[in-house]
Design a protein around this ligand. Structure first.
Ligand SMILES: [Zn+2]
Ligand SMILES: [Zn+2]
Length: 766
């Protein structure tokens, strides 16, 4: 091994080390320590071969960890010594692919400050260049077709580097040394504008930006090709434009996201806490949901009825250039028709957004993977994901019990994600959408095929939800993989939170959401479970009520209120407000459904309880989207100090239930006494939080457990989540809440795969 006091090492680095400037970093480091050898990407790791003096090698290894590029996440460094060969010089070698090896792929990274500075410097050759990138920033997962990460396996393959770019690429120490997305105005992608039918109107960057900006300033709707798909944009301060966009997109009420150039500009729209500003400025650039300030110039239609609005910072050079040219905040919403996946190719956008957009801002760098913007809500108890996509997915999560064979989890029906597990790693896909139309189903299939190829995992078994009729269930059946026992929806919710915290349980799980299929065939959603990764027992739940009209009830809080009323009709006078504006025929049909129990499934859903409360308060009797009523109630409650209303826990023949009838009736009394609705909304939150905490304490006492897991879409409500968690900690319990994934159904696939892995490890032959 020793030769003239020299040693040689082979070093293997695993983790998030590709697409983050790791090889150029190793090159610099080797130079600093006078080491000879090479570095290369393999499909499973970064491999380094170095030789030099033992002291320098030791320092090299230490700094490999300590000074790794900011975007890298090193999982492990293994080194072993080998024969010294007396080489000189250090090289970045061509990548090698290895079958069966897997490695995290870097998500996309927002334009870095160094690139921004160059882009605004008139003397720089990339002045106003809309595709400026370097090893620290730019597209990654949205352009990568296969691993290892190399230009020829990305959609940048279509653009050959010019001599000036090649020189940077080949120069050690340069910020673009081995930058796979490197390009410039002479050799890179281009932008142009077209009218609403796709007829080109401009060429050249400046002319295109001017045309795009003037269309926006005049109140037009512009479809913009971005990183993970198209956005539909308009002037966020122009009420007419924003309402036009809603009308054309058939999006009646869901809040729209707004993009600005700087944090200072964001502060003119929303009140940002310190963690909120940090999230906003992070390299992931999510949409950050924050309180609207009173002086905000935003059009009311951006987030109707809500005190909060989602804001993000420009994250591509094109965004920066466009915002600087327009000079006002822009609505930037997913480029899709209502409920369809976001459009990615130019032709797809023309076809699907043609009736919505007045013009298109195109570019010619193909989007390989479809990605929506991520949405995060900072709360006093920590940040809560509302949607996990661009910037975050597909970074893998650990599994507390490794999967003995590769497993595919097909996820839930709504807000679908899927997950693929191999050993202790689980890749949770980006937000796919509601599996209710063919386009979303195709997105689901494409993304799955891509994940399999990228991570070189071939699932051998598949796990699904308990519901027999879901499209995801049919997909599981169609896959021809070994079918594993299905996982109940709320068990998956609890398992997901246990698993992300590295736990196996048992714990008390409080699963609050809209709807999930229960083991008894009814709809669940207000569940107190004793759960571990392998199974669960239902200890208590919200008192079930019939939902007249079934799925229709999700959009009709008044129907849910009527369902509750059917349990105790003597309370009718207190529910009067819920039915005030309901058409008589619809009301009669719903009543008949309840009388005959036809199309009126029983549900123990807290999501529906929020709907019923909103109806009784007269806040909302018809919803445009699931969860709207709950969001409005939370907005109304704001920071008000609340009293508590009666919401008892009642013993029944089969377990205990939380009876919301007295609670709804108290709201009705408040309405009759002309109490401010906002105060009643605050009282409602406080009462639900108090009873939830008491019920969880009861569950802990019954089982001797002291850890409580909170999960389910209802806990996107920061007021409720914070209040329940505080009370439970006050009782002395440990509380686990969703951190890396959303409380909502986006986490279900990870829960399914965590359960399946745990069950399989126990009985490998089942
Ligand atoms: Zn950069
Ligand atoms: Zn170039």
């Amino acid at each position: 091994m020793l030769m003239h006091g020299r040693e040689a090492l082979v070093v293997r680095v695993t983790g998030l080390v590709q697409g983050v400037g790791f090889r150029p970093f190793v090159h610099r480091l080797a130079g600093r320590h006078g080491l000879a050898g090479w570095v290369r990407n393999t499909a499973g790791s970064v491999e380094i071969d170095v030789e030099g003096s033992p002291g320098e090698l030791r320092a090299f290894l230490a700094e490999l960890h300590a000074e790794a590029p900011p975007l890298a996440r090193i999982e492990a460094v293994e080194s072993r010594s080998h024969a010294v060969s007396g080489r000189s010089g250090f090289a970045i070698r061509a990548s090698v692919s290895e079958p069966g090896a897997t490695l995290p792929v870097s998500p996309d990274v927002a334009t870095c400050p160094a690139c921004l500075a160059e882009m605004t410097d008139p003397d720089n050759r990339r002045y106003r260049y809309p595709f400026i990138t370097c090893t620290d920033c730019g597209p990654r997962f949205t352009v990568i077709e296969a691993m290892p990460y190399d230009r020829q396996r990305t959609s940048m393959r279509a653009f050959s580097q010019c001599p000036a770019c090649l020189a940077e690429y080949g120069t050690p120490g340069n910020r673009r040394h081995h930058s796979e997305t490197n390009s410039c105005p002479a050799c890179g992608p281009r932008i142009w504008c077209t009218d609403g039918r796709g007829t080109p109107l401009t060429q050249g960057t400046d002319e295109t930006l001017e045309a795009a900006a003037s269309l926006l300033r005049l109140g037009g709707i512009l479809a913009i090709r971005g990183l993970g798909g198209f956005h539909l944009a308009c002037d966020a301060t122009d009420e007419t434009s924003v309402s036009w966009l809603r009308k054309r997109k058939h999006r009646d009420a869901k809040p729209l996201a707004v993009m600005v150039a700087t944090t200072a500009a964001a502060r003119q729209l929303v009140a940002l806490t310190e963690p909120g500003a940090e999230l906003l400025e992070s390299a992931q650039r999510p949409i950050v949901v924050a309180d609207r300030v009173a002086s905000s110039p935003l059009a009311p239609s951006v987030a109707p009825g809500l005190g909060q609005v989602g804001v993000m910072l420009a994250y591509t050079p094109l965004h920066h250039l466009l915002l600087a040219t327009v000079g006002r905040p822009l609505v930037m919403t997913s480029g899709n028709r209502s409920e369809e996946p976001i459009a990615t190719s130019n032709s797809e956008a023309l076809e699907r957004l043609g009736g919505i957009a007045d013009g298109f801002l195109f570019h010619d760098r193909e989007i390989v993977a479809r990605y929506d913007d991520s949405v995060i809500r900072p709360t006093p108890g920590g940040a809560v994901f509302l949607r996990r996509a661009r910037g975050y997915a597909p970074l893998p999560l650990e599994l507390p019990v490794p999967a003995p064979v590769p497993i595919l989890a097909v996820g839930p029906h709504l807000k679908n994600t899927f997950a693929i597990a191999d050993g202790a790693r689980a890749w949770v896909s980006q937000h796919i959408g509601d599996l209710e139309n063919l386009e979303t189903l195709e997105h689901f299939r494409d993304a799955q095929a891509r994940y399999g190829a990228l991570f070189q995992v071939v699932p051998r078994a598949v796990v699904r939800d308990l519901h027999p009729g879901y499209l995801s269930t049919q997909e599981a059946e169609r896959s021809a993989l070994t079918m594993l026992p299905p996982v109940q929806h709320h068990h998956a919710h609890i398992a997901a939170v246990l698993a992300e915290h590295g736990r196996r349980g048992p714990a008390i799980g409080v699963a609050f959401d809209g709807t999930g299929y229960g083991t008894d065939g009814t709809i669940w959603g207000g569940e107190f479970l004793r759960a571990d990764l392998e199974g669960f027992e239902r200890l208590g739940h919200l008192r079930p009520a019939p939902l007249p009209g079934g799925d229709l009830a999700v959009r009709s809080p008044w129907r849910t209120a009527l369902g509750y009323l059917s349990l105790e009709s003597r309370r009718a006078p207190l529910f009067a407000r819920a039915f005030q504006a309901v058409p008589v025929t619809q009301f009669r049909i719903a009543q008949q459904q309840l009388e005959r129990l036809l199309n009126a499934p029983m549900a123990s859903s807290i999501g529906r309880l929020f709907d019923a409360a909103a109806a009784v308060l007269g806040v909302r009797i018809v919803s445009e989207f699931e969860g709207q009523a709950a969001m409005e109630l939370e907005s109304l409650a704001a920071e008000r100090v609340a009293g508590e209303l009666e919401f008892p826990i009642v013993d029944t023949a089969d377990g205990w239930i939380l009876d919301p009838l007295p609670l709804l009736a108290s709201l009705g009394v408040g309405v009759r006494n002309r109490q401010p609705v906002a105060d009643l909304a605050a009282d409602f939150h406080a009462s639900v939080a108090r009873t939830t905490a008491l019920a969880a304490r009861r569950a802990c006492r019954e089982t001797g457990l002291s850890t409580v897991v909170l999960a389910g879409g209802v806990f996107q409500n920061a007021r409720l989540l914070g209040s329940v968690a505080r009370r439970l900690r006050g009782f002395g319990f440990e509380v686990l809440v969703p951190r890396q994934l959303s409380p909502n159904d986006g986490a279900v696939s990870y829960g399914q795969v965590a359960v399946a892995a745990a069950r399989l490890s126990r009985s490998p032959h089942s």
